[in-house]
Write a protein of this length. Sequence first.
Length: 79
Amino acid sequence: MHTENITSKTEAFADDVTLTLPYKESSIREAVATIERFSKISGLRINTSKTQVMAIGRQVNKTARLAPDLGLNWVDETR
């Protein structure tokens, strides 16, 4: 299995984490897979009802929803 390197920025405070990833389906899928692997080891789970995904940048199609089968909550602004 080949996985590509992902350049990302991560910020964390208490139980909130912000990931800044390239706007590519492979980036989103790898981030979700990494979180799932961590969950199996730690027993911690992501609260998907509070999880938000937002496309940013001028070159991004903000109406396109990458990896729709993952059931991510796409938003136009964060709350």
